[in-house]
Design a protein around this ligand. Structure first.
Ligand code: FES
Length: 101
């Protein structure tokens, strides 16, 4: 794993999720109460991008079948998802958002 620039910090607005590709991985970036988080952007149930889903209260809801994941831990929260998503450490470096991918 290596710290990789994934976005400008100001590209991820409060309460929003943004999808990016970095180091060959599809990553979802979140800003929640001024803190940043990063997870895999691909649902573990079928193929759907979580960045197209609904983000609220620290959980991302998949747009395809409404399974949801905790963005802090990656834990699968409700059916039909049963497999957790990967989470990545995130830090801000100046204007940049870095993830350990
Ligand atoms: Fe995400 Fe089915 S593809 S819940």
């Amino acid at each position: 794993m290596a710290w990789t620039r994934v976005a400008a910090a100001n590209e991820v607005a409060e309460g929003e999720v943004v999808g990016v590709t970095a180091a060959g991985q599809q990553i979802a970036l979140y800003r929640d109460k001024a803190a940043f988080f990063a997870t895999s952007n691909v649902c573990t149930h079928q193929y759907a991008l979580l960045s197209d889903g609904y983000f609220e209260d620290g959980c991302i809801e998949c747009p395809l079948h409404q399974g949801s994941f905790d963005i802090r831990t990656g834990k699968a929260m409700c059916a039909p998802v049963t497999e957790d998503i990967k989470v990545y450490p995130v830090r801000v470096d100046g204007d940049d958002l870095l993830a350990d991918i």
